[in-house]
Design a protein around this ligand. Structure first.
Ligand code: ADP
Ligand code: SF4
Length: 699
């Protein structure tokens, strides 16, 4: 299929200072958890995007000096020759695939907690960090200003020598240059505080020095949150004023919104923000500059991208999440393979993994973060050594679908994906119907298209298989992906016991599946959800029932509602939404007994609490649906008699987990189905410091 000519505009080259971008697709800086600690992952992860057609690929924040140590958040560091050599790997990978490499040089200023280096944080003024209130910075003296500027210049030289084409003077998201620019941080009375020109001085002087040092060889980029949408930065008028003020020093404006504390507005979850939402602010930057502009907004639709470029608002389509979810997005658009695009669902699990788990992963793209350490390529699949076998996958939830796709791409003779339900999707038949997360349906939609295209994979629905049927199916390999169910008796993490009287066969006790799939509803108006998961399920059902007119209380033993959604940057806005639809929170509550009309329990001090409840929805924990697997493996003789060589299980049927991890599990098994023992993951390459010598000098 040929590309639609209206997308040709996306493939025009764009000049930025001394460099040329081959097209208009720009993979902006974003965290990975690789930083300076995992140079192999850093190189291959960014290199994969280069291979996928992005014109530029960038590092995450790259700290210019030791007093910007951000530990335990993992960042790039440009402190010495070893850092430079490691970063050169990324540049080589990018260049090999025709992309420019960018480095987001920065300093965290007042937010740099320096838990490794033990340096004091520094900032324009001595006001505690709004991000890390325990951190109180030293107010920078003229020597500090000079020193950090020189560190920036030195880091820029090291970056150039490493092979970087684009060097940032990054101040967005409330980092040091923006701290100087923002009166929220800057209360100085010297030449670096007060008037707009004075507050801009640190950034401008740093830009001048960096430009002077490397500007002939590297493009100079500034990343700026043009509107903080909160106090920790500047509002749009000063954002645009800065663009005008520093324009002569900048080759590329990389613009977005939000701040360090309002990052949720930059990396907006699909729950709250539609595709292209940042244009409301960053679409105004053209008023202030004729230089190239790159903006973001979770863009995956090529029509929209082409419209934005044609409108003149931006020159480049920036992407972090869409480039994680599909590193080959530009090449797929270029080739007109629109149906192949694996669209980001805006769940922000990549952020939760990179920030808190410290190794990036993605719901949609199981290979993200595995390019180096497992050698996985998102678009290439080795033929399997045992591809002459027939495979039966029981369960077409996200894990089963992913597994069947990868097996199909690895050339198996026949793969049958069988599900008892009337359609594929498993738990994702109902999850995207929870309020606000309709885009999550892309998990199933993309996989459905892939399955349709694979001639060697057949999908069979409305077919429940018991152990005899699975054994006798005729497949040599059986993979059980039967998922998990919400506990029907309130088993939970705190008491390790069911809730007395809880039984979802009773009219006043309900599970999420009963509500979402069977249409069961509480017998009266007052409903209490008891949440032990802390992620999206209870919050989603609470909102749904509230919108249906129920009087809803969301009770949880956590000290706040849905704490796991804080890791995906959804928490504060999600709680606000629940508040707006009048869902009452009952936190630090442990449920112990349910009776018609009441849910009893206690608070954190063991004081008894009673919540009026005509119905109680148990969201306490899930349990694997593993009966089929256990029955199959219990009878090895029967398996042999039926020619079944191996039985494996994947996804929630092994242990209930985040969709990203269930999908990963299905992918992993299929990638390693011809290994010695596919049930266990092959070891992956670990990146760690290995001492050259075990002699530790006491000198
Ligand atoms: P995961 O997240 O691991 O993919 P899900 O719970 O989303 O798991 O999906 C599991 C799927 O397995 C559901 O669609 C369910 O209908 C299907 N399933 C469970 N047991 C059987 C069975 N014995 N035969 C056929 N399909 C089954
Ligand atoms: Fe998009 Fe979710 Fe993947 Fe992040 S984890 S890139 S938000 S699909």
């Amino acid at each position: 299929m040929a590309r639609d000519p209206k997308h040709d505009i996306l493939f025009e080259p764009v000049r930025i200072g001394p460099k040329t971008l081959r097209n208009r697709f720009y993979a902006v800086p974003h965290c990975t958890g690789f930083g300076a600690e995992k140079p192999g992952s850093q190189a291959r992860f960014r290199g994969m995007k280069a291979e996928g057609g992005w014109a530029a690929v960038c590092t995450e924040e790259a700290l210019v000096s030791v007093d910007s140590d951000y530990w335990p958040v993992i960042s790039v560091r440009v402190w010495d020759d070893d850092d430079r050599r490691n970063l050169a790997l990324m540049c080589e990978d990018a260049h090999e695939h025709g992309a420019l490499a960018g480095i987001e040089l920065t300093h965290g200023g007042v937010h740099a907690r320096a838990r490794e280096s033990r340096c004091p944080a520094v900032g324009p003024s001595q006001i505690a960090s709004d991000y890390e209130p325990f951190v109180v910075p030293k107010a920078m003296e003229p020597d500090d200003v000079r020193r950090i500027r020189e560190s920036w210049v030195e880091a820029a030289r090291q970056s150039r020598d490493a092979g970087f084409d684009i060097v940032y003077v990054y101040g967005g998201h409330s980092y040091l240059p923006l701290q100087f620019l923002s009166p929220f941080y800057n209360r100085r009375t010297d030449a670096y505080g007060g008037s707009f020109e004075n507050r801009a001085r640190f950034w401008v002087e740093t830009l001048e020095a960096v430009r002077e040092a490397v500007g002939d060889e590297c493009a100079i980029a500034v990343r700026l949150c043009v509107d903080a949408l909160g106090p920790a930065g500047v509002e749009l008028d000063e954002g645009l004023a800065f663009v005008r003020h520093a324009d002569h020093l900048v080759d590329l404006w990389d613009v977005n919104v939000g701040s360090i504390t309002e990052w949720s507005k930059d990396s907006g979850a699909s729950r709250f923000y539609p595709e292209g939402y940042q244009l409301e602010w960053t679409g105004r930057v053209r008023e202030a500059t004729a230089k190239p502009i790159v903006g973001v907004g979770r863009l995956t639709n090529p029509d929209r991208m082409a419209e934005i470029v044609a409108s003149g608002a931006w020159d480049l389509i920036g992407a972090a999440r869409p480039s994680i979810s599909d590193p080959f997005l530009p090449k797929k658009i270029e080739a007109g393979q629109y149906g192949e695009i694996r669209e980001c669902i805006g769940c922000n699990v990549c952020i939760s993994k990179a920030e808190w788990g410290n190794h990036l992963g993605c719901t949609q793209n199981a290979t993200a973060g595995e390019e180096y350490r497992r050698g996985w390529h998102p678009e290439r699949f080795e033929p399997a050594a045992n591809a002459d076998r027939d495979v039966l996958v029981v369960g077409a939830g996200p894990a089963g679908m992913e597994c069947a796709i990868v097996l199909g791409k690895r050339g198996f003779r026949r793969v049958h994906l069988v599900d008892a339900a009337e359609d594929v999707g498993g738990s994702f038949r109902w999850v995207p119907r929870l309020p606000g997360i309709g885009e999550w349906a892309r998990v199933v939609n993309w996989r459905r298209i892939q399955l349709e295209r694979l001639r060697n994979v057949e999908v069979i629905t409305r077919t429940h298989l018991d152990a005899t049927a699975a054994r006798e199916y005729g497949a040599e390999i059986v993979i059980v992906a039967t998922g998990a169910r919400w506990s029907a008796d309130g088993l939970n993490a705190v008491t390790h016991d069911p809730v007395r009287g809880a039984d979802a066969s009773l009219p006043h006790v309900l599970t999420p599946e009963q509500i979402m799939l069977d249409g069961k509803r509480p017998p009266g108006n007052r409903v209490v959800l008891w949440d032990g998961e802390g992620y999206f399920t209870a919050a989603g059902i609470a909102e749904l029932l509230a919108l249906e007119g129920y009087d809803v209380t969301l009770a949880t033993f956590y000290d706040r509602v849905a704490p796991v959604t804080d890791e995906t940057l959804e928490g504060p806005m999600l709680r606000k939404r629940l508040h707006d639809v009048r869902v009452r929170p009952a936190v630090s509550f442990v449920a112990t007994e349910v009776e018609p009309g009441v849910l009893r329990g206690h608070d954190e001090f063991e004081e008894p609490v009673e919540l009026a409840a005509d119905g109680v929805v148990l969201v306490s924990q899930r349990l694997s649906d593993d009966a089929l697997y256990l029955e199959l493996v219990a009878d090895r003789v029967a398996l042999e008699e039926n020619g079944v060589e191996a039985v494996y299980r994947i996804g929630d049927c092994v242990a209930p987990r985040m969709p990203a991890d269930a999908i990963f599990d299905g992918h992993r098994l299929a990638r390693e189905i011809d290994s010695e023992n596919p049930a266990l993951p092959l070891p992956y390459v670990r990146e760690r410091a290995v001492l050259a010598s075990l002699e530790i000098s006491s000198a």
